[in-house]
Ligand binder design. Structure first.
Ligand code: SDX
Length: 428
């Protein structure tokens, strides 16, 4: 709290609202009493100027292109940490000791299997169902199986359900992929790492041994780190809002998955690769740049622009470096990587993108790596949801544990008809 206040006058009256100080980044004007004092609401569609909560998990400086988890820069975590260690950091606020990390990994590993009846849910879907539709359905259905961890007011229940969600998302994601290609589900292998286990469940088959490629394993782990959490983005805000009603964590994460699916959000990685494939060759880039700038054309450069970053998304920088590494180590020469690099250079020098501060975001390069590893495009957002689950559960826990937590219930600017009497149909 600071002694500074924000003053305003309205209807001939003066009002003051407290200013709350941030550790870093913008301070906030606390307007929670504004309606009671002024009988006015504030209006902020898209929440461009609105802080929905106080949080100590993740900080983004959009102007400088900075992303911190627990104060640690994303570039350092991607370079030196692991997804399990970063998950521990998001859930506990500190980096783990060796023993704490070992214990956490063991806990997560021991929750990777699904209740056997859940496997039956998949056969209800068409084989060509989008895997995000399957994720929404199966993750939501977890509520029907794990009643012993749905009391949100019990910290132990919250801990177990958080671990179950982090542990089971790779299993469910791999099963969604296997179901789409008609291959049998591969059970988790507790001797493997979190990314290694996911790769084996996805690309392994019961008929033969599966060797985890350490290069791909490291790349997957780094991709998971880059997607782990991102402040109060649309899907995280969805999870918080769903959780504010007291809904169980499995239902809240299913709501987050549904929101992430949109092409303006997590669905952009799938849309970005489809866009790069549609462009196809470098000589067609100017046509698409022109379309992206055309007010009458709904086309946007997918993987470009960001509500918060008005500079390089630091995750895109790491993702591009990882794409370079993976493609060269796999000996893959993918022409759309050249299209992506050229598109990036052209866009970054085009006044339209420069003035609007549109830079590549986390979704611009991720699809190139995931495609090189062997994932079909429709699985890209599933992988985003897999990794973001730890951020969603960490943010959900932070909200539920806040003693001042209330149900989220925004108001509106009403511009519909004033009260009027009903007119019987024979008088209309
Ligand atoms: C993610 O919030 C998060 O943190 C999300 C995320 C996370 O980790 O959770 O980072 C993940 O969702 C990344 C974003 C992925 N989405 C895309 O790549 C889709 C393409 N990008 C755009 O749809 C857009 O940039 C958004 C949705 C990401 C951000 O939109 P904003 O902040 O609401 O900005 P805007 O739409 O108002 O755009 C500002 C201007 C507009 O022009 P004007 O109306 O001012 O003239 O920039 C233009 C837009 O038309 N613009 C683009 C553009 N993005 C914005 N023009 C062309 N191509 C684009 N990609």
């Amino acid at each position: 709290m600071s002694n500074e206040t924000a003053k305003m006058s309205l209807g001939g009256k003066d009002y003051e609202f407290p200013v709350l100080k941030a550790t870093t980044g913008p301070d906030v004007i606390d307007i929670r009493k504004l309606y009671a004092q002024t009988n006015n609401f504030t209006l902020d569609p898209g929440f461009t100027s609105t802080a929905s909560c106080e949080s100590n998990l993740t900080f983004i400086d959009g102007g400088e292109g900075v992303l911190l988890h627990g104060g640690y820069p994303i570039g350092q975590l991607a370079e030196h940490s692991s997804f399990m260690e970063t998950s521990y950091l998001l859930l506990n606020g500190t980096l783990p000791s060796k023993n704490e990390l070992k214990e956490f990994k063991t806990t997560i590993t021991n929750h990777t299997m699904l209740h056997e009846q859940l496997a039956k849910f998949f056969s209800g879907f068409r084989r060509d169902a989008h895997p995000m539709a399957i994720m929404c359905g199966v993750v939501g259905a977890l509520s029907a199986f794990y009643h012993d961890s749905t009391d949100i007011n019990d910290p132990e229940h919250r801990r177990i359900s958080s671990h179950r969600l982090i542990a089971k998302m790779p299993t469910i994601a791999a099963m969604a992929y296997k179901y789409s290609i008609g291959q049998p589900f591969v059970y988790p292998d507790n001797t493997l790492s979190y990314p290694g286990n996911f790769l084996r469940m996805t690309f392994g088959v019961p008929a033969e041994e599966y060797e985890v490629d350490p290069v791909i394993e490291r790349a997957m782990d780094r991709i998971f780190i880059l997607h782990a959490d991102h402040e109060q983005n649309a899907s995280t805000s969805t999870v918080r809002l769903a959780g504010s009603s007291g809904a169980n964590p499995f239902a809240c994460i299913a709501a987050g998955i549904a929101c992430l699916w949109g092409p303006a959000h997590g669905g952009a990685n799938e849309a970005a690769l489809n866009m790069l494939r549609e462009i196809g060759t470098v000589d067609r880039i100017p046509e698409y740049i022109a379309r992206a700038k055309d007010k009458n054309d709904p086309f946007r450069l997918m993987g470009f622009g960001h509500r918060v970053y008005k500079n390089y998304d630091p995750r895109a920088t790491v993702m591009q470096k990882t794409a370079d590494e993976v493609l060269s180590k796999l000996g893959v020469t993918d022409p759309i990587f050249d299209v992506a690099r050229e598109l990036e250079q052209i866009a970054l020098n085009d006044p339209y993108f420069v003035e609007k501060k549109l830079y590549p975001n986390v979704d611009f390069y991720s699809g190139i790596i995931l495609s090189a590893i062997g994932f079909p495009t429709e699985m890209f957002t599933v992988l985003f949801a897999l990794a973001r689950t730890v951020g969603w559960v960490a943010q959900w826990n932070e909200m539920i544990s806040d003693p001042g937590q209330k149900i989220g219930r925004p108001r509106q600017l009403y511009t519909g008809p004033a009260q009027r009497d009903y007119i019987p149909i024979d008088k209309r």
